[in-house]
Each structure stands twice: as C-alpha cells, then as structure tokens.
Write a protein that binds this ligand. Sequence first.
Ligand SMILES: [Zn+2]
Length: 98
Amino acid sequence: MSRHHRSPEWYRARRVVRAVITARLTRGEHVPCVNCGRPIVLGERFDVGHIIDADKGGTLDPSNLGGSHRSCNRSDGGRAGAIKTNAASRRARRLPRW
Ligand SMILES: [Zn+2]
C-alpha cells in the first residue's frame, strides 16, 4: 500500500482525479465519497481514494478512483500506510498541513 502510494503514477492519477472532482463540484454535480457514499461538498477538503482498494486488485485508472472525505479515507485500518506516506510527502514537498 505505502509503496503504491509513492509511485509517480499514483501522484499523477490523484492530481487528475482531484481536478476532475473539483470541476464537477464547481458545476454543482453530486460527487459521492467512495468510502461512505455521502456527498462531498464544494470547498470541503477531500482525498482521492480507491473504489476498489489497491491491495484488492484495484487499479490507478481514474475509473477506480474518486473523492473521499478525509475522515473516511484516513479512518479505516488498511489506509494507515497511506496516512504515513501522505505525511511524509507533505514534509518532503514543504506543503502546508491542510
Ligand atoms: Zn465519506
């Protein structure tokens, strides 16, 4: 999981999906969280999550990715590695901790 989240493919896919979701929210479209199914609200911070988890064979194709509430994406146990990886990359890139 962690290695997966460090791959350049993941960063690229995540950036694309995030832009698409933001555009959809801006147009007023309903974008459900891939984890809980409740809508993501425009202006709310969200993560990009897998519809089918990577360790269950899910791919980085945008069709397998979607918005996820930060609390949802980071709460379930299988994603502990992702939290660690995200925190590390944030430090590496000197981005603010939002
Ligand atoms: Zn959610």
